[in-house]
Every structure is written in structure tokens, then in C-alpha cells.
Write a protein that binds this ligand. Sequence first.
Ligand SMILES: Cc1ncc(COP(=O)(O)O)c(C=O)c1O
Length: 397
Amino acid sequence: MFSKRTDWKLEENAYTRALRLHRQSGKSVFDLTASNPTTCGFHYDEAAILDALRAPGALRYDPEPKGLPLARDSVIQYYRQKAPAARLDPERLILTTGTSEAYSFLFRLLCEPGDEVVIAHPSYPLFDFLATIQDVKLRPFHLLYDHGWQIDFQELRRAIGPRTRAILLVHPNNPTGHFVGAGEVPQLNALCSEHELALVVDEVFLDYAAREISARKKAHGSFVSNDQALTFVLSGLSKITGLPQMKVGWLAASGPDTLVREAMARLEVIADTYLSLNAPAQYALPALLALRERVQPEIRARLAANLAQLDAQLARQTLVSRLEMEAGWYAVLRVPAVQSDEELAIRLLEEHSVLVHPGHFYDFTGEGFLIVSLLAPAEEFREGIRWLAACVTTQGR
Ligand SMILES: Cc1ncc(COP(=O)(O)O)c(C=O)c1O
């Protein structure tokens, strides 16, 4: 009765079973997977958020496929601050219900069923589902780690086949926390021209640079005015103002004029078919975007403090190390591969009430990687890392 594309294996695995049993036991947990900013103890300006949602204009239905002009203008202002010289045009912007919807619009725009999108691994696990639901196949190419992450262009070239329609990058990437290097952009654009591919760049973490990037690397800024290839930048409020529940996302197109015009005309029909982003959220968008000035410093301070705490604890031992990170909300830990990452994650949960993600969750190849979120409240983070280090020290015994 059901489609093959929804034939997911929904049974519990050992990790989800351990998590369910732990929750049922009523024990507390040091949650180092926390990624929901609304439950991490940040101080939101509640009155300002609720006021923003009370705009009288929202009482009228005013369908605008790309989104209300006042809402799109506020997104343009956001990018103007980041890239004052960029050529920005609200007509090249479409508001969506979260970035997930933006992905589905783009996969529909670019791909026939069975077409492929190449994607850097390790990466964010939701992409597999977003692609499968749209009958798109993801073809991975691996990132290289050598004192920092970089694109393996040989592998990327090999991954591109006759059915490839786009290159998908997360910039900075989740969970590796690295930016695309400025030196990598010309090669990406050249590959797109050579194979007639679009570039899809997810920039939800762009505002969260962790520190000065090493002198060896010049990070690229936003791709929002990348003129050399048909480019779609995705972002939204879930990370920019730490408000994932608002479900406000967008896609911004740039590139050669004829391609952008054609893409926007087609995307407008897709958007017009759904008209999904609700009016209160659109009217609220300028005010909610402005709130980033208050929320981001607090989130950044938390990330920096937890990173410093992590480094201080790791300096006291030698078995766990941290990979370089340039941005984002996560840190990747290297641990001895004495047992599988999943077994270690389960042991951490069952014996120490510490919840982490094993590397395979983000498509790391091989064992020896755990991912921790730097968003967790400071005390919970400190205790969680303390138990993690202690557990790894006795690993395999
Ligand atoms: C790379 C990446 N893109 C998109 C999202 C989610 O965005 P949204 O809430 O706008 O759908 C996440 C959430 O963690 C993410 O990691």
C-alpha cells in the first residue's frame, strides 16, 4: 500500500533503545546533544517576541508567493550588514517554512526522480530524509581532515556523474564546524560551470564563527552574491535568532542572470502552490531578526565558555582530543576506537548518564569520533565532559 520511499527502518536500534530505557528510568541526563536553543537556558526577550507576533496586518490574508515584501526586505538588510558590497535583490529571495522546505523546493526545481546531489560527509543527518522524500539520491564525497577540514576535490570530481544536478555544502558545516575556504570557491564554481550544476549552500550557522581562523586559511563569507554559478543560499531564524519554533527560513538565489531569472520564475510557482509561511511569522520577521543582536552574544558566550571548558579538561589527559573547529554549535572529539562509537555512546549513557552522538550519526567513516554540542548549560556540559573523559580512560577494561 505504501511507497518504497517511505519504507524506513523505524525499529529501535541499540542506541535509541538505551536512550528510551534511560528516560523511562527517570534518571537525569547530562545532555551533550542539546541543539534546541529554546531549552538551554538563554534569556529571550519574551515580550518583544510575543509583541512581534501581534501585528494587525496578519489579520488579513495577503498571499505573496515569495513572501511579504516587508519580511523579505528585512532579510536583505541582514545580508547588507554582512556583505555591504553584495548585489542583493528581494526578488531573488523566497521565504519558506524552515530550511527543510527550502530544500524540498530546490530538489523539486533541479532534479528528476533518481537524479543526484553530491554532498560533503560528515554532515547533518536530516539530508538523507529530505532527499529521499523528494526521490533524490545523495552521493557523498568526503572531507579531508589535516589540521582543519577541507574539500577533497578529487573525490568530489569522482562523485559527480551524469545525473548529478547540484553540489550541497553546509557553510560552516555541521558538525565539523569548518568554513569553505576562500581558495576553494573558484574550484567549486568551475565544477558547477563544467557540469552545469547548481550550488546549494546551507548557511544556518554563518553567524557563529568560533574564533580567528588560522592564518593558513581564509574563510569565505556568505555565498549570497556568488555570481559565478547558479547558487542558492539557505538560512533562517532557527540559528540566527535561536528561534527554531518560528519555522522561518529562506532561500536566496544568485549567479548568472538568465539562470537566476528562470530559476526564480519556476520557484515562484512552487512557492505559490503551497503559500506555506504564515502571516504572523512574516510580519514578525523584521523584529525577530533584530533580536539576534541580543541572543547571539549570549549564545556565542556559551559556546566559547564550553569550548574553553572542554579544552581545559582535555588538556589533563591524552586519550580524548578535539578536532579543530572554526564555527558552529558542535565539537568533534577523537576517542580511541577500542569499541564502536555506538557502544561507547551507550556505555556513557548507561554508566554515567552522559548523552553524546556517535560519529556514524553524522556519517563519519570509521570509528573513534563522538560529537558533543557546545550549547548545553555550562554546569551540565562540564560534568558531562568530566564523565566522558573518565569513561574513555577506563574504556575496554
Ligand atoms: C545544517 C542545518 N541546516 C538546517 C537546519 C535546520 O533548519 P530549520 O530549522 O530552518 O529547518 C539545521 C538544524 O540543526 C542544520 O544543522
